[in-house]
Each structure stands twice: as structure tokens, then as C-alpha cells.
Write a protein that binds this ligand. Structure first.
Ligand SMILES: [Zn+2]
Length: 73
């Protein structure tokens, strides 16, 4: 019983080592305005500090980014 507890504590420590955050740190709203500013808060996708959707957004391929900009224009 205590061994199982030790193992789960160790896995918690391992995940903490991968990312300091357990919730998505993607900012939303205006950083100058604390009334509207907040973080996404979704569970992170280790080892990143963002959720799956925001990791995708943060590490988007530059070519894909250009395509998206052209499509939006
Ligand atoms: Zn997010």
C-alpha cells in the first residue's frame, strides 16, 4: 500500500519536472486589464505549459501560419 503511494508520488514529481504548470498558461484578454485578463486553464499537454490546442497554436509551422494569414486576408 505504501509502495503504491510512493510510486504515484514519484509520477507526480516526474510530471512536475516536465512542466511547472498543470494548467494552460495561454493568456487571454488584455494583460493591462485585470478585469478581462486570465489564463486558458485547461489541463496541459506535457512537457508544455499549454493545453493541446494552444501547443498547436504556439508551435504552428511558419508556412502554415502564412497560409492562414493569406486565407484570412
Ligand atoms: Zn490552452
Amino acid at each position: 500500500m505504501s509502495a503504491a503511494k510512493g510510486a504515484s508520488l514519484r509520477s507526480l514529481f516526474e510530471s512536475a519536472k516536465q512542466s511547472p504548470f498543470r494548467t494552460c498558461q495561454w493568456p487571454s484578454g488584455d494583460p493591462q486589464d485585470l478585469e478581462t485578463f486570465s489564463y486558458c486553464g485547461a489541463p496541459t499537454l506535457p512537457p508544455h505549459s499549454y493545453c493541446a490546442a494552444h501547443v498547436k497554436q504556439a508551435y504552428r509551422d511558419p508556412d502554415e501560419e502564412r497560409e492562414a494569414a493569406r486565407a484570412a486576408a
